[in-house]
Design a binder for this molecule. Sequence first.
Ligand code: ADP
Length: 429
Amino acid sequence: MNEKKSHIIIFIIFIISIIGLSIVQYQYLRIGLNLAKVQFNEKMGLVVNNIKEGLKQPDELTFLVGKAITKDDTYFKLSIDSVHDASSYFMNDFLKDKLLQQGIKTEFTYTLTAKDSTDYLKSPNSYNNEESLLKYTIALDGYLPSLVKKRLVLELQFKNLNNYFLSQINGLTIPSLLFIVAIIFVIIWVLKSFYWQKNLITITNEFINNLTHELKTPVFSIGIATKILQEKTNNENKELVNMIRGQVDKLKNQIEKVLELASLEGKKNFIEKKVIDFKPIILKLIKDFEQLAVLENINFISEVKGSQFIINCEPYHLENAINSLLDNANKYSKENIKIILLVFKDKNKLFISVKDNGIGITDEDKKKIFDKYFRISAGDVHNVKGYGLGLNYVKRIVKLHKGTIAVKSKLGEGSEFIFSLPLYNNEKN
Ligand code: ADP
């Protein structure tokens, strides 16, 4: 349910971000468009001046235009219509050139009219409908107005300038669109592989769960059978049966650990805590380990300080965690094994320390030993059986109890694992 909610929240954030990004891009585009318009107007200011200057004096163009607008065909051996057409084309080329000088390549039309609205000259491809045209008027002076003795106005007209501006800022629009699409693609891909991986972890855990449950029953039966055998067997075979029993117990423990880790995976609230006095459980655990210590010739020392240890905990897992530390202390020591278990209270915390005189751990490995499946590979450590799950399990359990765990160790001298848990009266909830 919670997971579903967080998926929905992530999805909503994703959609909002994409919409937000698109709006920002759109605003940038509008600003770009406005800037392009301002720039166009500035350029047109220069174009207007240049045209005005260019048409002031009599030259080939103004002479031809002058003949066309005064309908004077005496100079050319051409009809007045041909003179008109020719001047219309030349004027068009002249204006095109002036626009190009300022880098304006868009289409345009023009009209040359007198103030009394007599049409003199039009561009060859003039627009019919005059709406939405952007117009620039140039009042001519010099040679042409004095020729017709009227005030002459040249008007430049532009159509569809928005498309022109958009094409100018295409260098921004297309990449920003491409980047947005790329971001969407990458996010979808990451989310997809994330959910796919999560699914895979769930499937793996289910598989481990099923497998370990399947293994538990036969191991349990073998355990009972060896126990019965242990009672009935003669001295000659006792050692063998003891060995079988010992190994079966180890196998049972490993199965439990794998099962616990698989169940804990992804379930933060897996354990159900209750407020209890943990002291009797520790005393029982010490008693059990003392028996093993006698059997395995371990010098086991324990010290429990304090009348009661009230903590909010899941006793089964906590007991398992301490057993794992004791088990490791035994596993990773060679001879004259000495294990010390200390339990004491300090500053509203319960401290549990397991110390050994074993092989020790290097500083480099200390950082990794709590990682899942990590095992120190140097020397003859591989002779000791394990899966690199124990310490990871211990750390998870300690964390779920809002505690902390630390390790002190020196290679060849031994190790001490110490964890602390908050005592109940110190907990706020
Ligand atoms: P496992 O014992 O199954 O390999 P653990 O997670 O319990 O897995 O331990 C990880 C590694 O940390 C072990 O392989 C061992 O190399 C090292 N280690 C754990 N406890 C001790 C210890 N008390 N002394 C020395 N090394 C230890």
